[in-house]
Design a protein around this ligand. Structure first.
Ligand code: AMP
Ligand code: ZN
Length: 667
């Protein structure tokens, strides 16, 4: 049994790592965010139940490079139930019939919009916001108070005649407008675009830096009051009172005295929902009387007094005009269906993603087919089927391209990945431009004055093909470019000049070694003091560094095997770009741990893993990533698993608890 679970955990981790890679590295996800989140949730749940299989590299601990784990877990004092779903009016009638069996008095309903975001539970004490917790698994969630405080819709201090102690629940969401703004900005910065407002809202709540959360401009609406003492008889009254205490309550809730009124409400919003500034995925119905709610009670998962009505995803038929192929910044090819424009879910749709060759084959798509297009949670609609009855038998099946549409190079398809790539990374224009955009981006060399459009122009004019070329640009070369004024040319040159002071670790991130993200670059810079030291490192040496696996190590070694990269690096050096660690790098506090190696395992409670590793370095020691005979000390937290066992078996490793580790540092 437990072996099966371990196997399942391992498989899910591998799968998620793979999808992370598709999403972040190839910028070409093969599953929706929703499916990804579902898998991640499944893994998270298994890991929660089985801490003995803890792995510091699990995707649950590092979703897309950000550690979201440090929010304290908080038990919900009142469980956060989910809602039963219904999809048609029959389901609603069945629901009403079940209610009538328990309740003989007339039943009123409150119909509300079902906001598509992330739910939140906020504790108010004496009129002040005290604590905000995500839904989590319904029993416990993450405490994200600092982040929720940044949301303007949520009152920090109440007014009027509010109760002393209660929870307010609601939904945090992103308006379509703000979602588009975020994506526009990400596009400018050369970052992957977010898929849909809901996941972006949920993801934003887990950003470590609340300042960044603020910039996401999240919205919120509150829809439920919970406490031991309830100052009203009905849900409707509670909503009105909450409004007087300063809460943002939906303007579109409606008190209905029977199901027919509910149906009108549903029909109205099914049609009008596209005109709302935010997304809803249905309607929520609640029994109005709190006494009746209490009589009805709960099932194992949801209240019997409430139900969600989900709108159907909208689908239309249209004609396929042609399939075109886009080359991404990483060389990944995306086939795109260009459609005869058609109105779908309030917008005109002209294109749908086809993802990859396998999906086209599975659909069995022919030229000029009539296709069914659906818009679910994702921004880009997808083709869900073909109207075979309308197919002209003379139209041949779609043939996937063999050569890169940008540079003509023959495409390759990597085994076990459905995606085609253009292997001409050094000279294929979108790939060159992608690398340059990455190099000048904020977290790398931060040359703000150099925009995407200018980079593309400079590349078209054959003035830049790799980062080193930037440093030889002259004003004479810049001025003839379209829309380039004297002042902006000077700004660009100044920005380039300033970038020479950017520290080594950021340059290392900027030069775009595959799989070397921000965090990995930091770790590399810490362990290899100069680019030359890194260049000379073997795969074996590289994987000694924590978080560096074989795949990353091999990619680094490959990078330096390419003579064009070597030339680029030598040139960067000669222009004065930082390619070694500056003096004020890691400050050294003592050499108590000199020549000693450390590894941390299990759940630490006195300090975080990151800070522990930093302590090791500051005192002259070294962190390594696996239990081996090279390991001197294993520091174990709660529920340590296989590493502890292995160290005990080896017999050469000194095992310390957290306090003993601190004692060791303090001599
Ligand atoms: P589900 O996630 O499908 O089980 O639906 C339950 C979720 O709907 C809740 O956890 C809330 O996050 C969300 N929701 C959105 N709008 C409302 C609303 N007006 N009342 C209750 N729940 C809502
Ligand atoms: Zn190409």
């Amino acid at each position: 049994m437990s072996e099966n679970i371990q196997q399942k955990i391992i498989e899910l981790r591998e799968e998620l790592h793979q999808h992370n890679y598709y999403y972040y590295v190839l910028d070409e996800p093969t599953i929706s965010d929703f499916e990804f989140d579902a898998k991640l949730k499944e893994l998270q749940e298994l890991e929660n139940l089985h801490p003995e299989f803890f792995d510091p590299n699990s995707p649950t601990l590092r979703v897309g490079g950000e550690i979201t784990k440090n929010f304290p877990t908080v038990q919900h004092q009142f469980r956060m139930y989910s809602l039963d779903n219904s999809y048609d009016f029959n389901d609603l009638e069945d629901w009403e019939n079940r209610i009538i069996k328990t309740i003989s008095d007339p039943v009123e309903f409150v119909a509300e919009l079902k906001f598509d975001g992330a739910s939140i539970s906020i504790l108010y004490e004496n009129g002040k916001m005290k604590e905000a917790v995500t839904r989590g698994d319904g029993f416990q969630g993450d405490e994200i108070t600092a982040n929720v405080r940044t949301i303007s819709d949520i009152p920090l201090v109440l007014k009027g005649d509010f109760p002393e102690w209660f929870f307010m629940r609601g939904e945090i969401y992103l308006t379509r407008k703000n979602f588009d703004k975020i994506n526009a900005r990400r596009e400018e910065e050369g970052l992957d675009l977010f898929m849909n407002p809901r996941n972006t809202a949920a993801g934003s709540l887990k950003i470590q830096d609340s300042g960044e959360v603020r910039k996401r401009c999240l919205s919120a609406v509150l829809y439920q009051f919970i406490a031991n003492d309830i100052p009203a008889q009905t849900h409707w009254e509670l909503l009105q009172s909450a409004k007087t205490w300063g809460f943002k309550i939906s303007e579109n809730a409606k008190l209905c005295s029977n199901l027919n009124e509910v149906k009108d409400f549903i029909n109205y919003w099914d049609e009008k929902r596209h005109q709302l500034p935010f997304e809803i995925d249905g309607i929520v119905l609640k029994v109005n009387s709190l006494k009746q709610q209490q009589q009805l009670g709960y099932t194992a998962k949801s209240p019997r007094w409430a139900i969600a009505y989900k709108f159907k995803a909208e689908m239309v038929e249209t004609e396929l005009e042609k399939v075109t192929y886009q080359v991404g910044r990483t060389g990944a090819i995306t086939p795109v269906a260009n459609l005869k424009p058609v109105l779908l879910a309030g917008t005109i749709v002209k294109r749908a993603s086809l993802h990859n060759e396998d999906i086209i084959k599975k659909l069995g798509l022919h030229e000029r087919d009539f296709v069914y297009v659906e818009k679910g949670g994702e921004i880009i609609p997808k083709i869900v089927g073909i109207n075979l009855g309308k197919r002209n038998p003379a139209n041949p099946e779609i043939q996937y391209i063999k050569n890169c549409p940008e540079c003509g190079t023959e495409l390759i398809k990597i085994e076990d990945q459905a995606i085609h790539f253009c292997p001409n990374e050094m000279h294929c224009p979108p790939q060159v431009i992608g690398r340059m955009i990455h190099f000048v981006s904020r977290k790398a060399l931060n040359i703000e004055s150099l925009g995407q459009e200018t980079i593309a122009q400079l590349n078209r004019e054959k003035l830049i093909e790799n980062p080193a070329d930037l440093y030889t640009l002259t004003k004479e070369q810049l001025l003839p470019l379209e829309r380039m004024a004297e002042k902006s040319a000077q700004n660009i040159l100044d920005g380039i000049e300033k970038s020479k002071a950017i520290p080594y670790e950021k340059v290392l991130f900027g030069i775009g070694i595959k799989h070397v993200g921000e965090t990995v670059a930091k770790k590399l810079a810490k362990n290899f003091e100069s680019i030359d030291a890194l260049k000379n490192a073997s795969v074996e040496e590289l994987i000694q560094v924590e978080d560096i696996g074989e795949k990353i190590a091999e990619s680094i070694v490959d990078f330096f095997k390419n003579p064009e990269n070597i030339v680029m690096i030598e040139r960067l050096k000669s222009y004065g770009v930082q390619l070694e660690k500056g003096e004020n790098a890691t400050e050294v506090l003592s050499n108590t741990l000199e020549n000693k190696t450390f590894l941390f395992t299990g759940k630490l409670s006195l300090f975080t893993r990151e800070s522990a590793e930093e302590m090791v370095e500051k005192h002259g020691g070294k962190n390594i990533s696996a239990v081996s005979k090279n390991l001197n000390y294993l520091v174990v937290g709660e529920k340590a698993g296989s590493k502890l066992k292995k160290a005990q078996e080896l017999g050469t490793v000194t095992i310390l608890d957290e306090q003993q580790f601190l004692d060791l540092i303090n001599g």
